[in-house]
Write a protein that binds this ligand. Structure first.
Ligand code: NAD
Ligand code: TYD
Length: 345
């Protein structure tokens, strides 16, 4: 089975590709990624040479480039490519609309024209906005996105559903909570806090730090995506969550304890505008219909994530300094001609 993964050089995408190459030998994987600041091919250095894996640099919002790639013929698309950082969407929403909305449209069109048999759209819990205390959103909850990032993801979800309804595209949507784990870019809360703490620098906490996120270990989510690829039903939306909600401040205190650093590193800073207080999903439908449960305990996975970042301090440093961009230049430019020939053939 030939699978196109978009955004495979990012955090979840690289973990997903590694897991699929390891656990699904029947899959041949093409990774289409633009390599924005968040895309890092170093994340896949250990699998780059495998015959069942191919990387192609392209922009999902570029119809001609996408068309060239789709001509190779794919049975399924796992669409993860996106601009993902809420804070950046507050600075400039334009790249979010281009990639998350227009890019999704370009892919949907290509998938429709080429008769792709399955399209798994990776969305987020943020499309629902913030539930009040004790409330859990199921898939029928109204869309009430707070940030431009969340609004762009909600718009993409609606486009996907319109393609299912109007063109019978065999697509489905996953909406998941906050992931954590190896290879997460150090602008998101956990890797940023780990990197800062390791250097005895302050950990910025927005507002009072009592905002709640339901954290899921990335490996558990990647297994959920694999399950959706195999068994998800067309036209359905599935919430995915591990059911381990934690206040930001509690997560940071746990991280500092794991690193043996003092809580005095915590620094309260001005709150993020429009900051959602809480995300909480009812993921009963996905668990029941697709027989999925998370395998990893939150505290153990957090310790493993801290350990991974500690063991990969150089990777973290290259992300922070921008030096990771040299990896592509060193390892891929000499292969560009081969890739271009493959695209044209
Ligand atoms: P990420 O920011 O780490 O990676 C995004 C990847 O997409 C990068 O490799 C980047 O180069 C690529 N990309 C961006 N624009 C592109 C374009 N125009 N064309 C091709 N590639 C492009 O993101 P992530 O955290 O791995 O998230 C992956 C998906 O999961 C996203 O759709 C995100 O909305 C969703 N999601 C993430 C989380 C989370 O906690 N990380 C939670 C719920 C949903
Ligand atoms: P983040 O990792 O940006 O994910 P999201 O905004 O998509 O949930 O942030 C997770 C939580 O941590 C969120 O409530 C914002 C907060 N946060 C901080 O308090 N300080 C920080 O430096 C960052 C990046 C996030």
């Amino acid at each position: 089975m030939k699978v196109l993964v978009t955004g495979g050089a990012g955090f979840i995408g690289s973990n997903l590709i590694r897991l699929l190459l390891r656990e699904a030998p029947e899959l041949e994987i093409t990774n289409l990624d633009k390599l924005t600041y968040a895309g890092n091919l170093e994340n896949l250095a250990d699998v780059a040479g495998l015959p069942r894996y191919r990387f192609i640099r392209a922009d999902v919002a570029d119809p001609r480039a996408v068309e060239r790639v789709f001509k190779k013929g794919f049975d399924a698309v796992l669409h993860l490519a996106a601009e993902t950082h809420v804070d950046r969407s507050l600075e400039d929403a334009a790249p979010f609309l281009r990639t998350n909305v227009l890019g999704t449209h370009v892919l949907l069109e290509a998938a429709r024209r080429h008769g792709v048999g399955r399209f798994v759209h990776i969305s987020t819990d943020e499309v629902y906005g913030s539930p009040s205390a004790g409330e859990f959103f199921d898939e029928s909850a109204p869309l009430k996105p707070s940030s431009p990032y969340a609004a762009s993801k909600a718009a993409a979800d609606l486009l996907v559903l319109s393609y299912v309804h109007t063109f019978h595209l065999p697509a489905l949507i996953l909406r998941c909570t906050n992931n954590f784990g190896p290879y997460q870019f150090p602008e998101k809360l956990l890797p940023l806090a780990i990197a800062n703490a390791m250097e005895n620098r302050p950990l910025p906490v927005y507002g009072d730090g009592m905002q709640e996120r339901d954290w899921i270990f990335v490996e558990d989510y990647c297994r959920a995506i694999h399950r959706a690829l195999e068994r998800g039903r067309t036209g359905e939306i599935y919430n995915v969550s591990a059911g381990t909600p934690r206040a930001n401040l509690d997560v940071l205190r746990a991280l500092l304890a794991l690193l043996g650093k003092p809580e005095s590193l915590i620094k309260f800073v001005e709150d993020r505008p429009g900051h959602d207080r809480r995300y909480a999903l009812d993921s009963g439908k996905f668990r029941k219909e697709l027989g999925w449960t998370p395998q990893n305990d939150f505290e153990q996975a957090l310790a493993a994530t801290v350990e991974w970042n500690r063991a990969n301090a150089e990777w973290l440093e290259r992300c922070r300094s921008g030096a990771y961009r040299n990896y592509y230049r060193r390892h891929y430019t000499q292969r560009r001609k081969t890739l271009e020939r493959w695209q044209k053939s």
